[in-house]
Design a protein around this ligand. Structure first.
Ligand SMILES: [Zn+2]
Length: 169
């Protein structure tokens, strides 16, 4: 994923301002909070996150990587020499069908779950992340791959512990 690299490093190899900022903050937090200890009690990271929330959220909002949107493809059409996808946005409080289609030269299979850069780049996550109907709660939600073998994948919901087993293609 070039986006991951682009969020942290400029084309000339130097860190981006966001990367420098977050690394400096991590180092000062590490030094003041943690020192050289290794063990931390339960809830420690949650408390640390809440204390540093504005720094972390500033980083997330200013980074191209985290403006990438998770979407589910509901329909596929041709659009000139490109493709037009109707999609559901899988972020925020609840999944929302997007009013405008995604136009992209990339061909994606129907019902794929994808990363979309809010422009024309779209990347299918295949069996790693799926959006499916769940028998355990009788609603549709996102599952993440937990265990994978050559022929099957076991996916898990987040949060909660709903499971889904799928054959690998
Ligand atoms: Zn469920």
């Amino acid at each position: 994923m070039n986006l991951v690299a682009a969020a942290l490093r400029r084309p000339n190899g130097r860190p981006t301002s966001e990367a420098r900022y977050i690394l400096d903050e991590f180092i000062s937090i590490r030094n003041s909070e943690r020192g050289h200890g290794t063990y931390q009690p339960d809830g420690y990271y949650e408390e640390l996150y809440l204390k540093n929330r504005s720094v972390i959220e500033d980083f997330v909002l200013s980074s191209d990587l985290f403006s990438t949107t998770l979407v589910h493809i509901n329909s596929v059409d041709h659009y000139g020499s490109q493709y037009s996808y109707r999609a559901t946005r899988l972020m925020g409080a609840a999944p929302i069908e997007m009013p405008e289609p995604i136009i992209s030269p990339t061909r994606i299979r129907l019902h794929s779950t994808c990363l979309w850069d809010r422009a024309s780049s779209i990347f299918a996550l295949d069996e790693f992340i799926v959006f499916r109907f769940c028998r355990q709660c009788s609603s549709e939600h996102t599952f993440f791959a937990d265990q994978m073998t050559n022929d099957k994948v076991v996916l898990q919901s987040y949060p909660g512990s709903h499971k889904l087993e799928a054959q690998r293609k």
